[in-house]
Design a protein around this ligand. Structure first.
Ligand code: ADP
Ligand code: MG
Length: 697
């Protein structure tokens, strides 16, 4: 491999390339746009566009695209070449400032939840200068936000950027109260750990369920799964290692800080973690990472599955969103400090997160809700659908001492006063003992673990940023008017602890007793997407987003519709795929095997009464019974599917899908999976779980 420091970021038009290629004053203007949100004037944009074009052409690019993140959850791009006709019949390569800053993709086919009337099909894309342009497969990609002509957000980036602005504004207010006059801006940072499965491409190509839905809809448990825990951190197989090496190289070229790679718990499951960066860039990079993973896998004869639950019975894949807040002066606000004031500030930010998670548990749950993730939350090794937070025993004791006006620790005599006393040292590595919490404090950041592997991280970070912004706003409002800052601060921290500590749970989140306990505490347990989504349009949530200008009410309602619709569509595709597989491949294959068994049984019978044909006869009989069950479920599923077509109301449809269609799919699967265990491998039409999970060597 080439030297990593040479290849890192070679396909990115980053600040050092800009510095080298832009006139000094233009570079200064771009820096102001990146760091202070200043608008770039048209003449400077033209200079930047020309420099980007020259750089991209030198790198072999012929096209450019405004790269954006519509509500589909994946990225979108439409390529335009740089060519422009010259008078002599030849072409020149051109790229204008306007083409850099704004695009007008025909957006009529992206989900808009009714935001864009069909006669106004155009949307527009606007350059996000804080996320660098890059080259991917010979195309210059310009990260952009995507809006309707009325200015409504049609994508995942726009609200994320707005939420970063909201938390910036409120956090700076709070920091001023602590005398941080040098802080001019605050950013949230994210490091998303990404899990995925790798399966052999030849086997993948034989499974309609993987091709159409990304997960297996049938499949009996193999004799061995993950019970020996022999895959986690195990030696990486050569074929997988070759994939990872290639993947790292591709990601590094794109300036993505790929750092850690290892085998995960389930067979064929792996993880990649980058070094954290600013949230909107982390979101762009995570989308790119998922895309590059799939591309590189193909080169190695593999397919990368990003579905949250590709296989029943083994772990699903998640994504851990490590989130923190830091200042432009380089201070991580979720890191306990050395002085009483630093610690008081830390405690206040900690309280903002505690209160935010409690007040907006519904929104956090919604931000990870999808048909795919419904199979995972609450299942094997995934956090439950209940949002609670872990802060570790040391911090819990500190909060208790403040709540009860008692000394902290055995040796201390004085009562713990916020803003007066130094917090005891909180050992960083002791804070991450709990792997079962959906929202865990890990020393200097919070790790939100409910995301499914395929989720865009924009949604949960939009919620987190906005919810914490709201709490910081309330705190600033209260403290700015306080006569005595220290005692007002102490009382505020104490009040938040008393009122919101029910969301803190340091025990085992996988324990069934926690479900009862959480109910007693009044925490929400929104088990499925249709259970969770209606909370999105509750007044308190509309108020939150509109008051911080993250979403308008119209945008919220459109997103609600889009999410409901996408849930229903995903399950509908899965149900239709099951029907197709059962009718065309599975039941016919089983019938053929029954015929074979019957023929042998008849032949044996003809040999005389002393020949035992019970294996063939009984297996044929049992399979016949199971096929009858499967067929019954299949007919029922088809009926439910046509019934569902008559339901117009999206919310009602989502409940019907959950209660009627998914349960019938489960019945069909149960019968067929049982049949798989009785059918000759020679007759089974699809690669088995054993082959898929252990097939990559
Ligand atoms: P582990 O979870 O394996 O102990 P780390 O705690 O070092 O590893 O980091 C896990 C992820 O959290 C990494 O992606 C890392 O970059 C990210 N991370 C570390 N510090 C921060 C921070 N201040 N803000 C956001 N993410 C962070
Ligand atoms: Mg982790």
């Amino acid at each position: 491999m080439r030297n990593v420091t040479d290849l890192f970021g070679e396909n990115v038009f980053n600040e050092s390339v800009m510095k080298a290629r832009l006139p000094k004053d233009t570079f200064k203007q771009v820096q102001a746009a990146i760091h202070n949100g200043k608008r770039l004037d048209p003449s400077a944009a033209a200079v930047v566009a020309n420099a980007i074009k020259d750089w991209a052409i030198e790198k072999g690019a012929t096209h450019y695209t405004h790269w954006f993140q519509p509500m589909t959850g994946i990225t979108a791009e439409k390529h335009d070449s740089f060519i422009s006709p010259a008078s002599d019949g030849r072409v020149i390569m051109e790229f204008s400032g306007k083409e850099l800053i704004q695009g007008e993709p025909d957006a009529s086919s992206f989900p808009s939840g009714g935001l864009r009337a069909t006669f106004e099909a155009r949307g527009y894309t606007a350059w996000d200068p804080t996320s660098f342009a890059f080259i991917k497969d010979g195309v210059l990609c310009i990260p952009t936000a995507f809006c309707s002509y009325g200015g409504e957000a049609l994508d995942k980036k726009t609200p994320l950027l707005r939420s970063m602005e909201a938390i910036n504004k409120q956090a700076v207010r709070v920091l001023k109260l602590f005398g941080n006059e040098d802080v001019t801006s605050v950013k949230t940072t994210v490091g998303p750990e990404q899990e995925y499965f790798l399966v052999d491409k030849e086997m993948y190509d034989k499974r309609k369920d993987l091709i159409y839905t990304g997960r297996t809809l049938f499949g009996a448990k193999p004799p061995k799964g993950q019970e020996l825990d022999d895959h986690y951190f195990g030696v990486i197989k050569p074929r997988v290692q070759a994939f990872m090496n290639d993947l790292n190289e591709e990601l590094w070229k794109l300036g993505i800080l790929a750092k850690t790679e290892h085998n995960e718990v389930a067979p064929a499951q792996h993880e990649l973690a980058p070094i954290f960066t600013t949230t909107n860039i982390a979101a762009d990079h995570n989308q790119l990472t998922m895309e590059v993973m799939q591309k590189v896998a193909k080169k190695h004869g593999l397919v990368c599955l990003l579905h949250e639950k590709p296989f029943n019975g083994v772990n699903g894949s998640g994504k851990h969103n490590n989130w923190s807040i830091s200042t432009n002066t380089g201070v991580n606000l979720l890191e306990p400090g050395e002085t009483p004031y630093e610690n008081a500030q830390f405690l206040l930010f900690l309280c903002a997160v505690i209160k935010a998670v409690d007040d907006y548990q519904d929104l956090l749950r919604i931000s990870v809700a999808s048909a795919g993730n419904d199979h995972r939350l609450g299942a094997n090794e995934a956090p439950p659908a209940i949002v609670s937070m872990f802060i570790g025993s040391e911090l819990s004791e500190v909060l208790q001492a403040i709540e009860n006006d008692t000394p902290y620790g055995a040796k201390e005599k004085e009562l713990l006063r916020v803003g007066v006393h130094v917090l005891p040292k909180i050992p960083k590595d002791s804070t991450d003992r709990n792997r079962t919490s959906p929202f865990a404090f890990t020393g200097n950041k919070f790790e939100f673990r409910m995301l499914g592997s395929a989720n865009s991280i924009s949604g949960c970070n939009t919620v987190l940023n906005t919810a914490v912004a709201e709490e910081l706003k309330q705190f600033a409002d209260e403290l700015e008017n306080a006569a005595d800052f220290d005692s007002a601060l102490h009382n505020l921290v104490k009040r938040v602890i008393v009122e919101h500590q029910h969301v803190i749970f340091n025990g085992n989140g996988y324990d069934s007793a926690w479900v009862d306990e959480a109910e007693k505490r009044g925490l929400l347990n929104l088990k499925t997407t249709p259970d969770a989504l209606p909370y999105f349009i509750h007044q308190k949530n509309i108020d939150l987003f509109t008051s911080h200008k993250v979403f308008t009410e119209v945008e919220i309602r459109s997103r609600y519709e889009i999410n409901l619709e996408s849930y229903c569509k995903v399950v509908n595709i899965e149900a239709l795929t099951m029907v197709d597989m059962a009718h065309k491949d599975l039941l016919p294959a089983i019938s053929a095997y029954i015929e074979k068994l019957s023929t042998v049984a008849a032949g044996k019978k003809a040999m005389g009464a002393d020949i035992d044909c019970s294996y063939e006869a009984e297996t044929a009989k049992e399979l016949s019974k199971l096929s009858a069950d499967a067929y019954k479920a299949l007919k029922k599923l088809e009926e439910k599917l046509s019934e569902s077509e008559k339901i117009d109301d999206m919310q009602k449809l989502s409940v019907f899908v959950k209660d009627e269609i998914i349960t019938t799919m489960d019945e069909l699967r149960a019968a067929i999976d049982k049949e798989e265990t009785l059918t000759s491998a020679e007759y089974w039409p699809y690669p088995t779980y054993g082959e898929l999970l252990f097939g990559v060597r």
